[in-house]
Design a protein around this ligand. Structure first.
Ligand code: NAP
Length: 525
């Protein structure tokens, strides 16, 4: 594996001139080679200039050519599998199986979007034929299709070095939509990012696409991240990270002369509602299974179950006892970065130091640096409702159980929650009425509602919604996982009375692309 420590701007590898970025192996604290010198405004401007130059032809690539490009990226990533796993493990402390699984998901996503592009449903072709005889006013010939927004800025996530990073879901969906992408790589895993970035560069060259379709920048978020979102050529932003980072980018995007959409996925505590009959029937088993979900990836998942609600009593006590035992037996795990570990330690300390919160159990501490010690705490619903700080995401394997006096109080807690990616119901047949009461509230709070499962593990498919009201995301109308994510980077254009020779292929009579169309309100194909 040869890493050069350079920014990838179009087909070039360029040395930055700003502050050094060195990946740190979180399991050992060792600084890894090579050094990446950050880029500045000049590199942002160059990448955006190339992206804008590439846009006109890239957005008009045929469905087949664009799908082939996405598949070629997947193949190029698979060609460097071993290097990616090795470097990914060194930069993130994640185990081999996780990185291999993530690579499979990343390539699977790219191939899913290739299939979506070929099917052409995303074009959302509509045709209302002219009605020249209509009285009192004739109707014009109206045709609609969706087109790509323009160059997109993508911020790679720290917690998914492959599936939500350089060639992750945001990049795949933006490229599928026909948008060139400029990635701001996460500073925690620059080597993994470079390997993937070079795989995309090779795919661009092999497919004969304009070089500006893809660039990868490294550097400080506050400098190049802000410059990227401010650049007038950038037309949308994809982000996964902290609430403060995402909110800062939303503000920058809104204060541009031309505001643009920001799709930021930020913070969620993913409440789990233990309904009374389920809790009575299997409280202990639920307690153990819940800790399995809590500990996945050292809790560094956006869907980590950080809040559990039940009605106070023996059944909830049995759940807490079993969960506490599983927490005590939980081994420590290496966290992704020193910064994330420090933030986790602060969050854990804040819960432990809160006079209204009772500590139930802590997991093992571990020997190495940056170890995540699992934590479990309990508070009353009244105290939770009175203290906003208890809703803050603690990014890592810690959860808070809320004791509610009754179902009505559980409902009040649900109503007081911030926006969430997920809400989970543990229920038996006898809980259906209680669940029906909660459902309308949960629909207003969360992007995905689950029954008798755990929120970690997000299927990449057509029906998935990985989104939700703020602060889960900046825009609750969409998803960042699954094929519907393509719609974030598209907009509709209506063509009224255009002569046949001017119509784009997707809208021509005879449907030369063979895509599904809504003709005069009726679905065809
Ligand atoms: P982060 O600090 O928000 O950083 C994410 C990316 O955004 C980085 O590339 C960063 O650049 C950039 N950035 C941050 N603030 C910015 C600003 N004001 N302007 C422009 N760019 C900015 O997130 P993180 O490093 O992944 O982790 C920190 C915390 O985020 C975690 O402790 C956790 O609380 C939260 N997090 C949540 C989720 C979730 O899905 N809920 C996922 C990951 C992280 P730099 O390279 O300069 O840092």
């Amino acid at each position: 594996m040869s890493l050069e420590g350079k920014l990838l701007i179009g087909q070039q590898a360029v040395s930055g001139e700003r502050a050094e970025i060195r990946a740190i192996n979180p399991a050992s604290g060792e600084a890894l080679e090579p050094v990446y010198r950050g880029g500045g405004e000049a590199e942002v401007a160059r990448a955006c200039e190339l992206a804008e130059a590439a846009f006109a032809s890239y957005r008009e690539t045929s469905l087949e050519d664009r799908a082939t490009f996405l598949e070629t990226i997947a193949a190029e990533i698979e060609a460097v599998s071993d290097d990616l796993t090795q470097r990914g493990m060194a930069e993130t402390g994640l185990p081999q199986a996780r990185l291999e699984g993530e690579r499979g998901r990343t390539c699977g996503q790219l191939r899913l979007f290739a299939a979506v592009v070929r099917a052409g449903e995303w074009l959302d072709v509509r045709h209302d034929p002219a009605l020249p005889e209509r009285a009192p006013m004739p109707r014009a010939d109206l045709r609609q299709r969706h087109i790509a927004l323009g160059p997109v800025a993508v911020f790679g996530a720290s917690n998914f070095p492959l599936a939500f990073s350089v060639a992750g879901g945001d990049t795949a969906s933006a490229l599928a939509a026909g948008c060139p992408v400029v990635v701001k790589g996460h500073s925690a895993h620059p080597g993994t990012s470079e390997l993937v970035g070079r795989a995309i560069q090779r795919a661009v060259a092999k497919c004969g696409l304009p070089e500006g379709v893809f660039s990868l920048l490294f550097g400080s978020g506050r400098e190049i991240g802000q410059a990227l979102v401010s650049d007038p050529r950038i037309q949308a932003v994809g982000f996964t990270g902290s609430r403060s980072g995402g909110t800062a980018l939303m503000q920058t995007a809104q204060s541009r002369p031309q505001p643009i959409p920001v799709y930021a996925e930020m913070s969620s505590i993913n409440p789990v509602f233990l309904l009374p009959e389920a809790l009575k029937a299997r409280g202990e088993a639920l307690g153990t299974a819940f800790v399995g979900s809590l500990n996945m990836g050292a809790g560094q998942f956006c869907t980590n179950p950080g809040l559990v609600l039940g009605v106070k009593g023996e059944a909830l006590d049995a759940f807490v006892k079993a969960a506490g035992e599983a927490v005590t037996a939980s081994g420590a795990q290496t966290m992704l970065t020193p910064g994330i570990h420090a933030a986790y330690a602060d969050g854990l300390g804040a819960l432990a130091g809160n006079a209204k919160v009772r500590e139930i159990a802590r997991g093992q501490t571990g020997d190495g640096p940056h170890q995540c010690q699992t934590g479990l705490f309990v508070a009353s619903a009244a105290d939770f409702l009175a203290d906003e700080a208890l809703q803050a995401e603690v990014f890592g394997a810690t959860s808070l159980v809320i004791e509610c006096a009754d179902l009505a109080e559980m409902q009040r807690v649900a109503a007081g929650l911030e926006g969430q990616l997920t809400a989970t119901l543990q229920l038996d047949d006898g809980d259906l009425e209680a669940a029906k009461g909660l459902l309308p509230t949960l629909e207003r709070k969360a992007g995905r509602i689950l029954a008798n499962g755990w929120p970690t593990g997000v299927e990449v498919c057509h029906a998935m919604v990985h989104g939700g009201p703020y602060p889960a995301t900046s825009d609750s109308r969409t998803t960042s996982v699954g094929s519907a994510a393509i719609h974030r980077f598209l907009r509709p254009v209506c063509y009224q009375d255009l002569p046949a020779g001017l119509l784009p292929e997707a809208l021509q009579d005879g449907n030369p692309l063979g895509v599904s169309r809504l003709v005069d309100g009726k679905r065809e194909g």
